[in-house]
Write a protein that binds this ligand. Structure first.
Ligand SMILES: C[S@@+](CC[C@H](N)C(=O)[O-])C[C@H]1O[C@@H](n2cnc3c(N)ncnc32)[C@H](O)[C@@H]1O
Length: 355
């Protein structure tokens, strides 16, 4: 997913840098601002036990699947509903179920009624986050997944796999420049294509992993690991507003929504790491509570905390150092010439070897 702050293109840098610091006896990796889960997934593939967390529910869903699911998903009970599944090899059933859902007939549900042109054209606020067809298809798929869960036709693991696949897939058809803070007036090309539910990758291994959906400063009490990786927001842009529609599709809880963009209430998900006046205090508290041998922090040179702030706070726990890499900034819309301060930023990986 094209996600603000995603570390997909920095995985090699993170891996090499972390390897230079940690000892060989580490086996737990904590990714507590997990976002899309790419960092945890990378270290899961290397054999670590992963503890993942994020305050956003759509992120919990992604991590619950990419990290939490580590065995094949047999969809045994769903055979009662879709008998053809029985003759399909277990490892191919994920694809079959996604194809089955992709062929659902669209319904006029919450997404269509509130975020598509057809559903909002006679309302006070007209919105066009998805084509009418894709909005209805998304509603149909989401409702079917919930119905299967309520009827106990799918396990929790299968449920999170399907919702993660929907969150990842629908994002590719959104009629936005990149995030859900605004939608485009005209349907862009990718938004006109027909929604296809693509199965999210399943990473199989022998470890059990833990996934949480909490504020980091609260979850830390429950978490202990060898390596603690922190990748907080760098600036004032709240993820809760930028990705509000993914949150609603993941929860599908018919929230009260307001304004031009149809925002849901996000008071409980407002991040202190996006607040200039509160970030240092929150980070200090986090560093005091963290139980780990090594703590790493991704941040860039334009973030709310300065290099000096970070150095001072992290040094209080032990021997401090950092690695750097030049990095191309996140682009909201590559086709528009927006006024960025610079095209490159410096990405830091700060670390402390705890006393
Ligand atoms: C820079 S992104 C992480 C990106 C992630 N490493 C990736 O590669 O996809 C920051 C994440 O922190 C989460 N977040 C912000 N404040 C949080 C908090 N107080 N507790 C837990 N998660 C938080 C956001 O929801 C967002 O997903």
């Amino acid at each position: 997913m094209n996600y603000i702050g995603s570390k997909l293109s920095l995985l090699e840098f993170l891996d090499e840098s972390i390897n230079k610091v940690v000892d060989k006896n580490c086996d737990t990796f904590c990714d507590l601002f997990a976002g899309t889960g790419v960092v945890g997934s990378h270290f899961k593939k290397k054999g670590y036990k992963i503890i993942a967390n994020d305050i956003q529910y759509y992120s919990y869903v992604l991590n619950r699947h990419y990290i939490g699911n580590h065995k094949e998903l047999p969809f045994l009970k769903l055979i009662n509903k879709i008998p053809e599944l029985k003759s399909i090899e277990v490892k191919n059933r994920k694809d079959f179920v996604c194809d089955y859902l992709s062929n659902s007939k669209g319904v006029k549900g919450f997404i269509y009624k509130n975020y598509c042109f057809g559903g909002t054209k006679n309302k006070k606020e007209q919105r066009q986050y998805f084509s009418d067809e894709n909005g209805m298809k998304c509603d149909a798929i989401r409702q079917k997944i919930e119905d299967w869960k309520n009827k106990k036709l799918i396990s929790d693991n299968e449920y999170y796999f399907l919702i993660a696949s929907l969150v990842e897939s629908i994002d590719k058809y959104a009629n936005t420049a990149a995030v859900y803070g605004a939608f485009l007036k005209e349907l862009k090309k990718t938004a006109q294509k027909k929604l296809v539910l693509k199965p999210a990758e399943l990473i199989i291994n022998e470890q059990d992993h833990n996934i949480f959906n909490e504020d980091i400063n609260k979850v830390l009490k429950k978490v202990k690991g060898d390596i603690l990786y922190l990748d907080p927001p760098y600036n004032q842009r709240q993820y809760a507003t930028n990705y509000h529609l993914l949150e609603t599709i993941a929860k599908y809880d018919n929230p009260n929504i307001y304004g031009k963009t149809g925002l849901r209430d996000y008071q409980d998900q407002k991040s202190l790491y996006c607040s200039r006046s509160q970030v240092k205090k929150a980070f200090q508290d986090l560093m005091l509570k963290a139980k780990a041998k090594y703590i790493f922090l991704s941040y860039n040179n334009e973030g709310l905390m300065t290099l000096e702030d970070i150095k001072k706070i992290m040094s209080s726990r032990g021997k401090y150092g950092y690695f750097t890499k030049e990095y191309s900034r996140f682009k909201a819309d590559k086709s528009k010439n927006r006024n960025y301060k610079a095209n490159k930023t410096t990405e830091y990986l700060h670390y402390v070897i705890c006393n």
